[in-house]
Design a protein around this ligand. Sequence first.
Ligand code: ADP
Ligand code: 5GP
Length: 189
Amino acid sequence: MAKGRLIVLTGPSGVGKGTLLKSLFERHPELYLSISVTTRAPRPGEVEGQHYYFVSHAEFQQMVSDGELLEWAEFAGNYYGTPWRSVEKQIQQGRSVVLEIELQGARQIHKTFPEALRIFIMPPSLAELEHRLRNRGQDVEEAIARRLETARAEIAAADEFDIQVVNDDLDKALNRIEATLFVPVGGGV
Ligand code: ADP
Ligand code: 5GP
C-alpha cells in the first residue's frame, strides 16, 4: 500500500488556519488531522482530544524525554508538540496527515521529513491579522501582542515553504490549497 503524505500548514496565529482546515476537512474527510499536545489553557469551546490534548508542563516534559513527540516548540509562552505515534500509523495506512504547526516545528519536520509538503498561510496585511486576532476575541491583550510580534518573524520566513497562500478571500485560499494537495495524476494537455 502506498504511504500517505505528510502535509505541514504554518502561518501566523489568527491568519485563519483553523478556519481553512475546518472547510478542508469537511470537503476531504479522507485526510487526517494530527491533534497536538499543548500546555496552553483551553479556550472557551475547545474540546480535549478534538482541538488539543491539554497537558501540564510536567506531562509535556515527560513526553519530550520519552521521545513521544515528532517535533515540539515553545510558542508565545506555551509548549506545543506533535505526538508521532498516530501520525506514523496513519501514514503507514496510506492516509495523508496534516500538521498545523508553527515555524520552528515546520523547520524540524523539514529536517526529519524533507519530502513533507509545507504550506505557509499569509495574511493580506499585518493590520488585517491584528484585526482578526482581536475579532476572534479569545486571547488576552498580552497574548495578542506576543502573537503579533511572532507573526513578523514567521512571515519573514514564508519563502522557506513550498507554497505561500494568502488568506484574503477564504474560498480562493481554500481552492489554492486543494489544487496543491490534489494535483491530478497524469496531467494531460
Ligand atoms: P488561526 O487558526 O490561524 O489562529 P483562525 O482560523 O482562528 O486562525 O481565524 C482567526 C479569525 O479570523 C477568526 O475569527 C476567523 O473567523 C477569521 N478569518 C479566517 N479566515 C478569514 C478570511 N479569509 N477573511 C476574514 N476573516 C477570516
Ligand atoms: P494556538 O495557541 O493559537 O492554538 O496555537 C499557537 C501556535 O502553535 C499556532 O501557530 C499553531 O500552528 C502552533 N501549534 C499547534 N500545535 C503545534 C504543534 O504540535 N507543534 C508546533 N510546533 N506548533 C504547534
